[in-house]
Structures are given as structure tokens and as C-alpha cells.
Design a protein around this ligand. Structure first.
Ligand code: MD3
Ligand code: FE
Length: 200
């Protein structure tokens, strides 16, 4: 097991989950979900995504990067909701606010392959993740792709703080449990990940 992984089950009670989903949904008109493509191959990702905050994580045929504007609308990303800024302050133990909130939208058949998050310069900042809607089977490994992995379920309202060594660990989402929540319209899962990108 990798040091620095904190699991905070049901951090957000159902009313707060509902409010957060409503707030994120309300930002999608201005800030639409889109299907990013994989570097090099241009293959579409199975998760649709968008971002909130001054910087957003972007993937396209030329690679991964952070940028200030939505790749399809050209407009700046909408601001990060206050609830999420409060969460970061409460759990991150980091002296500066997050700059990016990646919104990952999973349908029943969406997956996220095993990967590490390595596009941020603030290597000492944790990643804070909020799960909303249907349950997911999450896989976490070690510092190398070949390291042993273990699985855990993430449910609506759960928060995970990836600090220390766990910040550099491989992880992915193997499956969504269809129909396991009615919180998200259409029955999907939303994952919000808060990140500090640049050094403060
Ligand atoms: C473990 N998202 O957006 S969140 C991602 O459920 C991402 O959408 C997943 O991985 C999701 O990059 C997982 C939990 C998470 C986030 C970052 C991590 C776990 C992590 C970084 C290192 C190790
Ligand atoms: Fe990740």
C-alpha cells in the first residue's frame, strides 16, 4: 500500500451531494462536456469531461496540458464552486488554492485506464477527488505500472485525498455499477478532481 492515500467515505451527505450536482449541471451550458481524444492516436476517451477553475486539463492528439480556455468554446473555464474550495482548504493541507477542477462524466459503460497524473508542476500538492452518482470500481496500484493493484468501490459523496507517495501512484476506473444511484440525471457518475497545477 502506498503512503498518503486518505479515504473519507460519505464526506458529503446526500443533501450536499444534490446541491453539488445541481451546481455542476448548472455550469455545463456555459462550459459543456466534450469528448477529449488521446495523444498520438486521436482515439476518443470513453469519459466525457470539462473543467472548472483558472486552468483546465486538456488532452488532444498533440498531448496533455493545462490551459485557460475550453477547447471547443474558446471561453475561460467557469469558476470552481465554493463548496469545493472549502473542501480543498479542509483536507489538502496545502497553502494555496486549487487551480483546476476536472469534471469527469462517466456513462454506464465508461472506463478510465490505469495511469498516473503527472502534468502538474506543483508536485507537492495533493489531488482531491469527489465521487457523485453511481458507484465505481476503482483500481489503485503502485509507483510502477507493473506494481500490484487492489480494487475499492467509490460511492456518491466519498472523498479521496491523494497526498505523499500516493499522488504518484497508478490508478484507474474499471467499471461503473449501472443503476446504483439516481443522483446524476441519466444514472451516470461524476468525478471531480481538484488540483494545484503551478507552484504557489
Ligand atoms: C490515485 N480520475 O481524473 S479519482 C483523473 O474517478 C482520475 O474519475 C478518477 O484519475 C475518476 O485523473 C479517479 C481518484 C484519484 C485521483 C487522482 C489520483 C486517485 C488517484 C492520483 C494518484 C493516485
Ligand atoms: Fe488520475
Amino acid at each position: 500500500m502506498v503512503e498518503g492515500f486518505r479515504f473519507l467515505p460519505e464526506y458529503f451527505p446526500p443533501p450536499a451531494q444534490k446541491a453539488l450536482v445541481a451546481e455542476v449541471l448548472g455550469l455545463l451550458d456555459e462550459n459543456p462536456l466534450y469528448r477529449a481524444t488521446m495523444p498520438r492516436t486521436g482515439k476518443p476517451m470513453s469519459v466525457r469531461m470539462t473543467n472548472l477553475g483558472p486552468l483546465g486539463w486538456i488532452s488532444d492528439i498533440s498531448g496533455y496540458r493545462y490551459g485557460p480556455a475550453h477547447p471547443e468554446t474558446g471561453k475561460p473555464w467557469a469558476p470552481i464552486p465554493q463548496t469545493l474550495l472549502d473542501l480543498w482548504r479542509a483536507v489538502s493541507d496545502y497553502p494555496a488554492p486549487p487551480q483546476a477542477c476536472l469534471v469527469n462524466w462517466y456513462e454506464d459503460t465508461s472506463r478510465l485506464g490505469l495511469h498516473i497524473d503527472a502534468d502538474e508542476s506543483a508536485k507537492d500538492a495533493p489531488v482531491v477527488s469527489v465521487s457523485l452518482g453511481s458507484r465505481a470500481l476503482f483500481r489503485r496500484g503502485g509507483l510502477e505500472r507493473s506494481s500490484p493493484t487492489s480494487s475499492m468501490r467509490l460511492a456518491s459523496g466519498d472523498v479521496v485525498v491523494l497526498g505523499g507517495q500516493s499522488r504518484r501512484a497508478y490508478h484507474g476506473v474499471d467499471r461503473i455499477y449501472p443503476g446504483s444511484s439516481t443522483l446524476v440525471p441519466g444514472g451516470g457518475r461524476i468525478n471531480l478532481t481538484l488540483r494545484r497545477v503551478t507552484r504557489p
